[in-house]
Design a protein around this ligand. Structure first.
Ligand SMILES: Cc1cc2nc3c(=O)[nH]c(=O)nc-3n(C[C@H](O)[C@H](O)[C@H](O)COP(=O)(O)OP(=O)(O)OC[C@H]3O[C@@H](n4cnc5c(N)ncnc54)[C@H](O)[C@@H]3O)c2cc1C
Length: 396
């Protein structure tokens, strides 16, 4: 079995692994990224690509910690999108520079007063009716329509941009065995996509594998109790003539629907999350789609829904364990010896997660070695978006 050695091995090529690998490479580390499926597979390409600034989380006051922490992150992404940030994301497609928040409930006192306060502070804009999107004009919200400066990114172009600098530094393969000791991970046995079995050694192992972090947590002796999964069944509606981006909110902290729109087959796919996906996780595909259609008909009655094809799929948010089983307020790292397990908890937190990995390196006693060429190993490819993968489209 051949052995390959690098300074830092990143396990998992979602947003966390890709961002961290790029930052480490810039800092001169001989880095290699191992991916078992495709770059961005699992949560990252399934995400809605929203650059959350915390506004949604601050509405009912229950998630103040997340709302505060999130405020600092979108500016870092915006700098990268403008080509003047820590990483070059200037080729990323921005689907929308903002999204909307509106309510359909009659009794929306909390929402109205929270949004009025945010409008006063300039965090949101009360959009004049003349600028409302056509789909909302037909059945106006009960109250104002607010615009939030939270960009929606085409996440596949993010993954592509982050994978470009890593050419010759990604490897497609499955971990067969962890060799661990009290010092952390000593080596991994990996079966490569081309059938070879190799041994990977590194000064530091950083596991950013989403749900795959569970395997690492067990191998390092933390056990499954440090992880949690929160299931969703996301819904796709394709064939729509125009895009819409935003949250239709209720009095509950969860939006009734979170809608992003993505160009597909000459029209738009509306990608539906929020309560539709949360409740869908407890329902069958058929019932999820039926409920999603009813919700969309009620929120957007002017749309001709008979022309639309529907699909759905299950995906888990894979996170560090939160005592209440909710979204943890910030990225988290768990360390044992030379090994770090890391979760961003949100796409938008990836830069902060990379900072924290880099800050923890001086204590680990390694120094950058000369860069090695890993291009003899099979490279990991960029994965597909949910609507590119969906096969079971249905007319309802
Ligand atoms: C439906 C949905 C919508 C979301 N929308 C948003 C949003 O709009 N904005 C936002 O900020 N956040 C959003 N999030 C959260 C965000 O997507 C995640 O927090 C983030 O993508 C997690 O990134 P990650 O790199 O840690 O994990 P993942 O994206 O899950 O990546 C893990 C990678 O590791 C690989 N892997 C797994 N096991 C192994 C192994 N043993 N060896 C090698 N590789 C392995 C996987 O194939 C995968 O490529 C959303 C999440 C979901 C599920």
């Amino acid at each position: 079995m051949d052995t390959y050695r690098c300074d830092i091995l990143i396990v998992g090529g979602g947003i966390a692994g890709l961002w961290t690998a790029n930052r480490l490479l810039q800092a001169g580390w001989n880095v290699l990224l191992l991916e078992s499926s495709a770059l961005g597979a699992a949560q990252t390409l399934a995400s809605q690509g929203i650059m959350h600034s915390g506004v949604k989380y601050g509405i009912d006051g229950s998630n103040r910690e997340i709302a505060q922490q999130l405020k600092t992150l979108p500016p870092r992404w915006m700098d990268c999108l403008a080509g003047k940030g820590e990483l070059d994301l200037s080729a990323v497609k921005v689907l929308s520079p903002e999204q909307y928040l509106w309510s359909r409930d009659r009794v929306i006192g909390g929402f109205t007063s929270a949004m009025a306060g945010k409008a006063m502070q300039g965090e949101v804009e009360d959009v004049p009716k003349s600028r409302w999107p056509e789909v909302l004009k037909a059945n106006p919200p009960s109250g104002s329509l607010y615009a939030v400066k939270e960009a929606i990114l085409d996440i596949q172009t993010v993954v592509q941009s982050l994978s470009n600098p890593l050419q010759g530094r990604t490897v497609a393969g499955q971990i067969q065995k962890f060799h661990t000791s009290e010092k952390g991970v000593e080596a991994l046995e990996v079966s490569l996509a081309d059938g070879r079995l190799i041994r990977l050694e590194a000064g530091v192992f950083v596991c950013t594998a989403g749900s795959g972090n569970e395997q690492a947590a067990v191998a390092l002796g933390f056990g499954m109790e440090v992880t949690q999964r929160r299931p969703l069944r996301m819904v796709l509606a394709k064939g729509l003539p125009q895009p819409v981006y935003g949250h239709c909110v209720t009095t509950s902290p969860k939006p009734r629907a979170t809608i992003t729109s993505h160009p597909h087959e000459g029209k738009w796919v509306w990608y539906l999350g929020g309560e539709i996906a949360e409740k869908g996780a407890q329902m069958s595909d058929d019932d999820t789609l039926k409920r999603a259609k009813e919700e969309m008909e009620s929120i957007f009655p002017s749309v001709n829904w008979s022309e639309v094809a529907w699909a759905c799929f299950a995906v888990d948010r894979a996170e560090p364990r939160d005592p209440k089983g909710q979204l943890p307020p910030e990225p988290r790292l768990l360390a044992k010896g030379n090994s770090i397990i890391a979760w961003p908890t949100k796409l938008v937190y990836a830069p902060l997660l990379a900072d924290r990995v880099i800050e923890s390196l001086p204590g680990l006693g390694i120094k950058p070695s000369p860069l090695t060429d890993f291009s003899s190993l099979p490279a990991a490819e960029v994965g597909q978006l949910p609507w590119q993968q969906a096969r079971d489209w249905r007319r309802l």
